[in-house]
Write a protein that binds this ligand. Structure first.
Ligand SMILES: [Zn+2]
Length: 60
């Protein structure tokens, strides 16, 4: 369930597009708005670490 996996964003006009070569609107180059798929996992990882730390603190 990753509907945004193939979504790109124009670096020029910031229009979202499914084209991975160039923006259909202005012809500018496109880039993934989510450069790192990892960032989401990182966020969850950090959240988990934080939660763990909190848990440990309350346990002490
Ligand atoms: Zn564009």
């Amino acid at each position: 369930m990753e509907p945004l996996t193939h979504l790109f964003k124009c670096t020029v006009c910031h229009e979202y597009t499914l084209e991975e070569d160039r923006c259909p609107r202005c012809g500018g180059s496109v880039a993934s708005p989510y450069p790192a798929k990892f960032s989401l996992q990182d966020k969850y990882g950090e959240y988990r670490r934080r939660a763990k730390r909190k848990l440990r603190m309350s346990a002490d």
